[in-house]
Design a protein around this ligand. Sequence first.
Ligand code: HEC
Ligand code: HEC
Length: 242
Amino acid sequence: MHYMISLFMILLLLGCGSEAKKEEYNGRILLEEKCALCHNLKMPPDTYENEKAPPMMAVVFHLKDFMKINNNQDKTEKFIPFIQEYVIHPSKEKSYCDEESLRSYGVMPSQKGNVTQEELKAIAEYMYTFYDQQVYLQEMQAKAAFDALPKGEQLVRKSGCLNCHAVEKDKVGPSFENIAKSHTKNIIEVIQNGSQGKWKKFNNMMMPAFKDKFSKEELNILKEWIDDLGKIESPKPWKVKS
Ligand code: HEC
Ligand code: HEC
């Protein structure tokens, strides 16, 4: 009986020991630590002068195209091994960078000693997933759609107003349409200082103060946007979903 218990305990301890040895690598953090010195990591990247290296988004999109990386198998068999090899043994011949970029950046200095193969595996995994053309396209489209909205609607969306308000339907607070129709005179003041108890229907729910959150100009834009909702009958030009 004793024997059984101690064997069990030993197995348990061994189990824990080997678990602790297996390190968890975080690709994002490693990428920032080891690669951000030269590569711009943002998606899309900021543009600035005297770049030391191509932005990481460009690197990954380029590699995916040229190496025909389309799925997880390609990632495991081609993408990760290429990164693991190139970062340690970079060369003009192996680089997929075009001649002109190679001339302006120079070949990447070997990162031997700065990064291990296991770390590179985690970095490459992260690069493959994060720099995704499809996601990028969707983000760009969403951004273009947002930029095309009236400024007032942009502010309303960005500032959390839609947690409590919608255009047509009452939610936690009155719909913007009803606010517009009520001809509230002091919209700007309300946004700055909040409001409570004025609209009986909303059970004394509080409209929080947004003091200092908006510039004078933004407050005017918000007021005009709300006022306009009361003026226009159908078809309704706004795009905010209830
Ligand atoms: C000291 C600056 C520097 C650091 C640090 C650096 N790179 Fe680079 N890297 C470059 C330059 C310059 C190029 C462009 C020339 C080339 O392709 O070699 C490049 C190109 C690349 C390429 C593209 C190769 C190709 O065929 O197009 C990959 C992949 C890459 N780097 C990965 C990494 C990773 C991953 C890290 C971090 C572990 C890293 N780099 C850190 C400077 C750097
Ligand atoms: C946490 C919920 C909440 C948020 C967030 C919120 N509101 Fe309100 N809002 C309310 C409530 C509740 C009322 C009704 C208050 C009352 O009865 O006095 C209200 C009322 C209003 C009124 C009408 C006030 C009046 O005097 O008739 C305006 C205008 C308004 N909100 C604009 C905004 C704008 C713009 C934003 C975003 C910057 C915003 N609200 C964010 C809950 C909210």
